[in-house]
Design a binder for this molecule. Structure first.
Ligand code: HMG
Ligand code: MG
Length: 314
């Protein structure tokens, strides 16, 4: 008896119908740029161009110490200069009350707090322990709530730490649960150094999903080892429907040496289109924006899809 070929194609369990992309390039993409200070006007134009691609969520800047992350020292000017479009959330990072006050004055519609599953990384990144970071976030979340501003929570080093190596999924789940219970409306899971692989990603997500509902979880995968697209496919199969990405694969964390950028937005869009998942984003507009910013900051385009499309146009 011959079997239908389709018998061997596992149908996806719960691939989402729609995915929301959170664009990271103006913040995660540029915060670690080492080729000189990126002019404020370039940051503003990048955000304005991204606003025309169909994105509905852009992480625009971060209100952190300029001594720690000099590239973000013009966060207020960037927020004041962009042309905000209706229907788009322009969010910013706020590690403490000082950052929150800056974000509020800049009219940010959403803020994010960030901790990690690794003690050493937390110390290097925000100069305190995980526990202290959570305590620091309490007044930020309370103040945001009083102003009606949603707070996103990040957990970094979810699949590996530059200082501690392997990270157990239950450590990730513990911090994600704490942020969720403190009032974060969404938890973004950061593979900061991109060492994860698909099964690890599934196991990590499974542990976190015991504490936080799937529809409130985002994947924030850096592509250092070229695994991000595979890892994203793995978590999409589990029903995750929010993805952080960065046009042209820009970026890296200043406190995670050697970490390359977020997965490229163009590559994620190509994957999602292939899976028949809606995003509302125009891939060609994103490709054009990626080439534009790379030219502005004299950087290699890290999106394979953009390079392939660029080649096919020649
Ligand atoms: P600290 O030195 O412990 O803080 O830094 P402090 O309270 O002692 O303040 C030191 C100085 O910074 C003071 O100035 C403060 O006023 C000033 P001074 O008196 O020396 O002139 N300061 C600030 N200035 C502006 N904005 C602020 C602010 N706070 C204090 N908000 C602190 C602690 C958290 C401030 C510092 O460690 C910091 O800014 N860290 C940010 C690190 C960062 O931005 N990392 C990258 C983002 S996280 C990431 O990329 C990971 C993610 O993408 C997910 C993933 O990939 O995994 C999200
Ligand atoms: Mg990141």
């Amino acid at each position: 008896m011959s079997l239908d070929k389709r018998t061997f194609i596992q149908s996806p369990h719960t691939y989402p119908k729609k995915v929301r992309l959170v664009e990271m390039s103006p913040r995660d993409g540029l915060q670690n740029e080492t080729g000189g200070f990126v002019p404020t006007q370039t940051k503003i134009e990048l955000i304005n161009r991204l606003s025309d691609t169909g994105l509905i969520h852009i992480e625009a800047a971060s209100f952190v110490s300029p001594k720690w992350v000099p590239q973000m020292k013009d966060a207020s000017e960037v927020m004041a200069g962009i042309q905000r479009k209706d229907g788009i959330t322009y969010s910013v990072l706020t590690p403490n009350m000082r950052g929150f006050e800056g974000a509020l004055a800049a009219n940010a519609q959403e803020v994010s707090v960030f901790s990690a599953a690794s003690e050493n990384f937390t110390q290097k990144n925000i100069n305190c322990s995980i526990e202290e970071s959570l305590e620091r976030f309490i007044p930020v979340i309370e103040a945001a709530k009083a102003q009606g501003i949603p707070v996103r929570g990040y957990v970094s080093t979810v699949m590996g730490c530059p200082y501690e190596g392997e990270i157990a999924p239950d450590k990730v789940a513990k911090v994600a649960k704490a942020l969720y219970e403190m009032g974060c409306y969404e938890i973004s899971l950061g593979d900061t150094i991109g060492t994860g692989t698909p099964l690890k990603a599934k196991r990590m997500l499974e542990a976190v999903n015991k504490e936080v509902p799937m529809h409130l979880l985002a994947a924030h995968f850096h592509d250092t080892y070229g695994q991000a697209i595979g890892n994203l496919n793995a978590v999409l199969e589990e029903g995750l429907a929010i993805i952080d990405s960065s046009v042209a694969g820009l970026g890296g964390c200043p406190y995670a040496k050697g970490a390359s950028g977020n997965v490229a937005t163009e590559d994620v869009l190509y994957l999602l289109e292939g899976l028949g998942i809606e995003t509302g984003i125009n891939l060609q507009a994103m490709v054009d924006t990626g080439f534009w910013i790379c030219e502005q900051i004299n950087r290699h385009n890290g999106s394979k899809v953009a390079l392939a499309k660029g080649m096919s146009q020649v």
